[in-house]
Design a protein around this ligand. Structure first.
Ligand SMILES: [Zn+2]
Length: 407
């Protein structure tokens, strides 16, 4: 097979250096001084960063905020409102909404998405079918991973039908086993069931963990111990970890070190947590966001995702990783470098994907935008972006503003 060389010219790196990126078969092989060679893609000095990665979405729920209302505004209200409309869903309409959100995400520079999809006795497998169809269609453009978000309970006799649905979803070809143990009548048993199902199928595990401000709900500790005891050999992700945020630092650190020992990665989901949590706390409401810095200090890999996009769980959201990064900076007090890392490198590690970007030896999957620094990129989230996958432009957005009355 003939090798393909592409030169992505006048690329401004976050360090401020201006380079031409020489790309061989999709991989960055050399940083050249501009003007030395003919360029194939001229970025004209735009800033380049690695393509974005969203390790936690709910595509099957997205864009329903105008038709399904969460009266209470909290997690329980969202679940009730959402599940009351299960009968209205069809594979086609889930497919269409999911596709629309993925097109928004792609235009914003996201090339990899892990989506949880509802599975269960009542939910059926309709969302799995819709997303499997999209996963196949988008192969080579967006890396889409499907998590079977099995309904609760999955423990005990009453969990029998949901367990059956999980098995069927695994047979349909989901990539990851999911669930919400903290909502189960027996969280410990629910974790054991999920681990056993993932072990048997040899699939990674990604569980919603402790999406509550109740400090007594710490199923993440049960997960850490169970992963170590069972010698689980697949990747494990704990998403949310909200209750961890309200513990004393000493207890937080001991749990973080357990997660590190068990090689459990964590995904922070600032927007949905800010939307759903602490609605019953009129005074000094806690933010309810994963303690990112503390976990990272203990060596835990932490990524960040968009979670819900305009649905009963979060009526805002625009499928833009820069929105998540900005919230990490503002609401979780992360540096801009950390904000970017949360939605790029660390999230790719969570998804088990190789890193990408402008560095030598990496796949040249990039986002370019007309800004000077990473801070400006996150702060302004410009509409105009060039999205490059493996050295090839896949989206180019150019907007026009007419200042009719300028000053
Ligand atoms: Zn979620």
């Amino acid at each position: 097979m003939l090798s393909v060389i592409t030169v992505i010219g006048n690329s401004k790196l976050p360090s401020g250096e201006l380079v031409d990126l020489k790309v061989l078969d999709g991989v960055v092989v050399e940083h050249l001084s501009p003007g030395k060679t003919k360029v194939d893609i001229d970025l004209g000095g735009q800033l380049v960063v690695p393509a974005f990665c969203d390790p936690h979405a709910h595509l099957d729920k997205a864009l329903t905020a105008d038709i399904i209302t969460n009266e209470r505004g909290d997690l329980e209200g969202a679940i009730r409102a959402w599940q009351s409309r299960y009968g209205d869903r069809t594979e086609e309409e889930i497919y269409q909404r999911s596709r629309k959100v993925l097109r928004m995400a792609l235009a914003n520079g996201t090339l990899s998405v892990r989506t949880h999809v509802d599975v269960g006795a009542n939910a059926g497998l309709v969302a799995v079918d819709a997303l499997c169809r999209l996963r196949e269609e988008l192969s080579g453009l967006i890396d889409l991973q499907i998590v079977a978000l099995v309904a609760t309970p999955i423990s005990g006799q009453e969990g029998k039908e949901n367990r059956k649905s999980l098995q069927k979803a695994i047979e349909r070809g989901v990539d990851v086993v999911g669930g919400c143990p903290h909502l189960d009548s027996d969280p410990e048993k629910a974790i054991a069931v999920a681990i056993d199902a993932a072990l048997e199928a040899q699939l990674p595990l990604d569980l919603h963990m402790d999406e509550t401000l109740d400090p007594a709900m710490l199923s993440v500790v049960v997960l850490g111990r169970a992963v170590l005891e069972k010698g689980f050999n697949q990747a494990v992700t704990a998403s949310h970890c909200v209750s961890l945020s309200v513990l004393e630092p000493k207890r937080q650190r001991s749990i973080a070190s357990l997660l590190k020992e068990a090689s459990i990665n964590v995904v922070s989901l600032p927007q949905t947590n800010l939307f759903l949590q602490a609605r019953d706390r009129p005074t000094a409401p806690p933010r309810g966001i994963t303690p990112i810095s503390l976990l990272r200090d203990e060596g835990v890999v932490v990524g960040a995702g968009g979670d819900n996009v305009q649905d009963p769980f979060n009526t805002m959201g625009r499928a833009d990783a820069l929105e998540t990064a900005a919230l990490a900076v503002v609401a979780s007090h992360q540096s801009v470098e950390s904000g970017l890392d949360l939605v790029t490198d660390s999230s790719r590690i969570v998804m088990g994907l190789p890193l990408c970007g402008y560095k030598l030896g990496l796949k040249a999957s990039l986002v370019a935008a007309p800004v000077s620094t990473v801070r400006e990129l996150i702060a302004t989230a410009p509409t105009d972006r060039v999205v490059i996958r493996d050295g090839e432009v896949v989206v180019r957005t150019t907007s026009v503003t007419e200042m009719i009355r300028d000053f």
